[in-house]
Ligand binder design. Sequence first.
Ligand code: ATP
Ligand code: MG
Length: 653
Amino acid sequence: MSHEAAIENLSREERTFPPTEAFAAQANLSDPAVYEEADADFEGWWAGHAEKLRWMKPWDTVLEWEAPHAKWFVGGTLNISDNCLDRHIESGAGDKVAYHWEGEPVGETRTITYSQLKDEVCQFANALKAHGVGKGDRVAIYLPMIPELPVAMLACARIGAIHSVVFAGFSSQSLADRIDDADAKMVITSDGANRRGKQIPLKSAVDEAIEKASGDSVETVVVVDRTGLAISMQDGRDVWYHEAIAGQSTECAAEEMDAEDVLYILYTSGTTGKPKGIVHTTGGYLTQTTATQRLTFDLKPDTDVYWCAADIGWVTGHSYIVYAPLANQTTSVMYEGTPDFPDKDRFWDIVERYGVTILYTAPTAIRAFMKWGAEYPESKDLSSLRVLGTVGEPINPEAWMWYREHIGPEDAPIVDTWWQTETGGHMITPLPGITASKPGSAMRAFPGIKAVVVDDLGDPVEPGQGGYLTIQRPWPSMLRTIWGDDQRFKDTYWARFGGDTYFAGDGAKLDEDGAIWVLGRVDDVMNVSGHRMSTTEIESALVDHESVAESAVVGRADDLTGQAISAFVTLVGGYEASDELEAELKVHVGEQIGKIARPAEVYFTPDLPKTRSGKIMRRLLKQIAEGTELGDATTLANPDIVTALQEAAAKRS
Ligand code: ATP
Ligand code: MG
């Protein structure tokens, strides 16, 4: 029997995994009263977490809220790099390891202490100033997962410059768009990046991007020597990183920043349309990211070895590889490369060697591990792991159970964290010492967060029903606006339900216990002959079939039924695409969910179109299935797949 069928056969109680007594006994939080307390005084709850930071000047007012604009910790001043570095060194933790950095080439590692990190951050901060970068200036960062990336971010934060990190897998055009949008004065990059044993050029992409950019904002390009790839340096504009920091002092006073000064701009991953430049500020952002890292993962900074296996180019990396872990004095693992280089056991080798205790990754990675087989994790000692996290997409119960059975020790809690670039930090997640978890559910709002699932009219739905996910109270790490486009900010998030209600763009349902199941984008809810069905549900049914590794489902326009279901699947090694298998999969979905859920067609593809952050781009699949023109595809990682699918779809129609 498959895992999912096994779960379905369990009773409601058996399908729920409460914290073990042993875990709860040692947890940072184990009293459920925290939820009510935080609810009764959410400003006081967040202020309590803000007090754990080092402020230069205390705030006067916790929250000023003129919907949709929030100001948190008004009047307070602080510096984030001071909180991430100096504060720990002054308390005697300078020799503590901040990062165990692991390069992709086997055997290449660096151990970086808090003192070493501070010295290099100060040197680079001084170099930034020497190149004319000051408070409020924008700096684009286009770097692979090397130590210079957090150094560059912290150096910007130290002097009050605003960074805009652009994932190093993006094309020169995407980089050009982001440089233009933010009017970046400087670009920080490297000669190249290591990827699956190959060297990918980055500096030449920066040269092209500056060429393509319509503005001429860029004055300086700083280049880290990472791969030794041949590059050209432009006189008067380009400077090597090691030369820029040579001779710079390891002291640099941290700029006093207002709690509401902008820390960074980060563009969303673009699954629903043109990427938006999300603006995050200082005090509230650090308050919520640190509080959530401590409580969601039950972080024990003295003993944990924490690994968030995302890329810093995404918000997950900003919040949970750089800012929260450093401010919480965490020892983290940071890995440069891919999980399958040189072999498919690389992650498990890293977990074993560093004794990782907390692992945070994404459903797309877990599904890849499933596809590769349990022999890889089984070949390593993973017994150090004690908390597992997931983020990025709804996780299908099959993958959740596999994560539990093959990665964590059987009773390690799994925290399914729902949040967005816009929210800055975790919003919906179990607390591992308190909240029971269920495979596929993010469970309940973090204390102090008011998440409400509403119907079309904005009224809360009853348990057992589905609707739109909204947040009905400001939170400290919320986006403040969209860079340069406050109207788009209002229209995108606040217009749908009006007033104080933030519309996340996701659909969700409440189960009979009131637990929240995030179903993905609202656009991903289909209406077939009047029946509302979520794409996630049908995808989970497909993945439940032994031949299917990954699936994506979209509703395409259909004259007869309103919408018809198009399914796209990748197969497990050893299975071949055929008309018989297509028929079998349709029957399988029918048996799992009901005849109405049967896909009208199943496309077999070697891979699904994904953003460079690994998320399935369903909107492109919908356009493919409907044969209409494709929208913005600049963040797509694998364009060839799309072309092949368009041809396959054209043949069918
Ligand atoms: P864009 O907004 O440009 O379309 P995006 O929404 O993919 O891109 P992100 O901010 O990186 O960009 O992703 C946030 C989204 O990811 C959420 O709105 C949700 O759809 C999905 N998501 C994240 N975590 C979870 C989770 N634990 N469960 C379900 N969905 C999740
Ligand atoms: Mg989004």
